[in-house]
Design a protein around this ligand. Structure first.
Ligand code: ATP
Ligand code: MG
Length: 434
């Protein structure tokens, strides 16, 4: 393509070609403006009708909103223009005209329903505040990768088509694989553990997980992005240290590199990097504190899962990120190791944001006999997982890890109401396309 200048780089005195979308045409009579928008911002194009070629004026002002145009001209200083500069055009070319009937208004003047927005994501992402979410998402993923590398991890990718599930059968999506039944993977759990036992030792993966959850909630997707870690010679305390580092690194990077996006989202003043160590509460303390808030109709007892209302009450009480540790073994998955001293307790942990769970993790069971027993207790056939269990016979070190929900991290960081705001093309109970 011809040389093209981003709107943010246009400097007074330049002869430049800018390219982008027609944000708005403002006709004031003798003078008119076309506002052109690209990935970096907007720029004003000035048409002085009496002094310019009629064809040029007609093309520039007759073009429908959201059409793609290129404009070549001189950049001039203009204090009254939104960016302090404007382009006096010599030529305007319409590259791709847009249908004047738009399904949603990218200028944001008219609000659209979330479903209309998701059906027309291309147009939706022409809005500054929606673009900002995905610029921040990209920065979060970059910072996350960097932080994992900082602590000695190798990035891996593992299969998403699998023969067996791990997190319980009801949440699996079955598919047909050359006439055989297969499933979309719910989590890279088993694969990442197999790599903790390899010479890679410390691994991370950022990839999709698939959960056939029946419920439609503002914090569940049927395809989500999981940020996974697994490390050899790590216990659950080490894994908590790693995830705490990753979450803080993500916030720090956004604070440092996304000031403009936070401004656009209107949260610049409220945004803060979590400070100090995340408190580590035992499950027992957690239920005591929830009971003490008096928010629940019924008091929680040992062994109960924490209800959403309980998590919210505790979150409000703690007021920041916190861990819940020492869960009852019976409510954590079989691959989580029990406490050394008390079999009733597991090494599993959750990292909570005041609004919701962000992470589950723990130390893993690495002793072959205990592992096989765990499969049986969970009602799973260990033979079906032989590809996994057999590697525990050939030198599997103690290891620990976690899974962090990428969209939940973003949703809580940016105070989004709905997790669907944090993913380009969400998959939920109703939505399979786009
Ligand atoms: P929840 O109880 O909140 O449904 P979970 O305990 O079933 O979550 P885990 O299996 O522990 O989820 O998965 C680890 C992390 O992955 C969760 O803490 C969450 O951040 C994310 N996650 C899991 N399921 C989903 C989902 N359906 N949509 C979005 N994120 C998810
Ligand atoms: Mg969990």
């Amino acid at each position: 393509m011809q040389d093209r200048t981003y709107t943010e780089d246009a400097e007074p005195g330049d002869e430049a070609t800018v390219a982008g979308w027609v944000h708005e045409v403002r006709d004031l009579g003798g003078i008119a403006f076309l506002i052109l928008r690209d990935a970096t911002g907007k720029i004003q194009i000035k048409f002085e009708k009496d002094e310019m070629d009629d064809d040029l004026v007609e093309t520039g002002l007759g073009v429908s909103r959201e059409s793609v145009v290129t404009v070549t001209g001189t950049v001039e200083e203009e204090p009254r223009a939104p960016t302090g500069v404007e382009v006096v055009p010599e030529s305007v070319e319409v590259i791709a005209p847009a249908d004047p009937e738009l399904p949603l208004d990218p200028s944001g003047k008219v609000d659209a329903e979330l479903s209309t927005r998701l059906d027309n994501r291309t147009l939706d992402l022409r809005k500054d505040e929606v673009q900002a979410i995905f610029e921040i998402r990209s920065e979060v993923l970059r910072a996350t990768r960097e932080q994992f590398r900082e602590v000695g991890c190798t990035e891996i990718t593992t299969p998403k088509i699998v023969a067996t599930g791990t997190e319980g059968g009801t949440e699996l999506f079955p598919i047909t694989y050359f006439g055989r039944e297969a499933f979309m993977n719910q989590s890279p759990q088993l694969f990442k553990q197999l790599m903790a036992g390899s010479n890679l030792e410390r691994v991370f993966e950022i990839g999709p997980i698939f959960r056939a959850e029946e419920h439609n909630t503002p914090r569940h997707l049927n395809e989500a992005t999981s940020i996974d870690f697994e490390g050899a010679f790590c216990d659950h305390h080490d894994a908590m240290d790693v995830v705490e580092g990753v979450v803080k690194a993500a916030y720090e990077a956004v604070a440092e590199n996304c000031a403009e996006e936070l401004e656009t989202l209107g949260i610049a003043d409220d945004f803060s990097v979590p400070e100090g160590e995340f408190p580590r509460l035992s499950y027992e303390e957690a239920i005591e504190r929830i009971n003490a808030t008096g928010e629940l109709d019924e008091q929680l007892v040992w062994g109960d899962d924490l209800p959403t209302e309980g998590e919210k009450a505790l979150g409000a009480d703690v007021g920041g990120h916190y861990f819940i540790t020492d869960w009852p073994s019976e409510i954590k998955p079989f691959y989580i190791m029990d406490d050394d001293e008390d079999e009733e307790l597991s090494t599993g942990f959750d990292l909570m944001h005041p609004r919701m769970e962000l992470v589950s993790g723990g130390q893993r069971e690495h002793r072959f006999e205990h592992l096989v027993e765990g499969f049986e207790q969970q009602g799973l056939d260990p033979d079906e997982f032989e590809y996994y269990t057999k590697m525990f016979k050939y030198g599997m070190p103690p290891h620990a890890g976690f899974g962090l929900g990428g969209e939940r991290l973003l949703m809580t960081m940016l105070d989004l109401d709905n997790i669907r705001e944090a993913v380009l093309f969400p998959r939920d109970r109703q939505r399979l396309s786009p």
